[in-house]
Design a protein around this ligand. Sequence first.
Ligand code: AHG
Ligand code: MN
Ligand code: MN
Length: 334
Amino acid sequence: MRYRTLTQFLIERERAGRISPDLRLLIETIARACKAISTRVNKGPFGGGYGLAGSENVQGEIQKKLDVLSNEILLEANEWGGNLAALVSEEMEDPRPIPTHYPRGQYLLLFDPLDGSSNIDVNISVGTIFSVLRCPTAPDGTPHEPDEKAFLQPGRNQVAAGFAVYGPTTVLVVTVGDGAWGFTLDRETYTFALTHPDIRIPADTAEFAINASNMRRWEPPVKRYIDECLAGKDGPRGKDFNMRWVASMVADVYRVLSRGGIFMYPRDAKNREGRLRLMYEANPMAFIVEQAGGMATDGSRRILDIQPTSLHQRVGVVLGSKNEVERVAAYHAA
Ligand code: AHG
Ligand code: MN
Ligand code: MN
């Protein structure tokens, strides 16, 4: 079977007028960086990538060597291409404008260079998440200075989003607003091949993902929803549920895209704003999930409609199969 490549897929969209040549090149560049990160991740202990970097990021989280390396790979790949105005990363406090000796483009890139980094040293899937916004312009067309304010746009403004998961295979899921498309890295030709066209998340599911160690801190609607799942056949839902939790959002969301399910990292008494980051975790994943027919909410608001107030803000996340996410939202509304 001959698969279409990511390059073909993007050129078709450019011809159809759905994406600009610059956006196509930007996505190609990100994909190339993901291949490089995938290779580093695959080296395991041999590439010198295991262990701690000896530093903390802006959120006060301990950085792994691979967090820092992946961040550098993405920065280096994206700085000179001429399609970006600035970048934001989980690993950097402030936006990084494109150095003045390179041409400046019209897009803003946000990323989580390595998601699930607590799983690196234990050989469990990790990944990269990215989101693309347009740099705002003044009414006369001059581009806005790509400062923090330029980035603070709701997720519905995203022009593209995606994530790579470095698992038994490396898969890249991309959306440019016409569905969610999955590409597997063919390690013989080193190309991304379209193996999962137009992904659809089933509306119903019997599988949930949540870190149950936070149970005592959950809000009542979350507690009610999970209690009902756990009650199974004998409870109000009248069916048994299964539970999965990888602790790498990329892997958990990829499973939801593959066979349905609900993924939750809700606000709780400890993580009052939630645990996941709005701009480079929740927004891109919400865009992809909606494009695949699913739903994403923080409990009360559609994630993509939240007006961000800071670059690294956190948010509660409930996403996946539509009917289940709707139920959780209804429990919050009640
Ligand atoms: P990151 O490694 O980029 O900081 O993100 C980790 C996130 C996410 O991938 C995952 O869903 C969650 O943290 C896991 O949290 P717990 O350790 O609380 O389960
Ligand atoms: Mn992450
Ligand atoms: Mn990360």
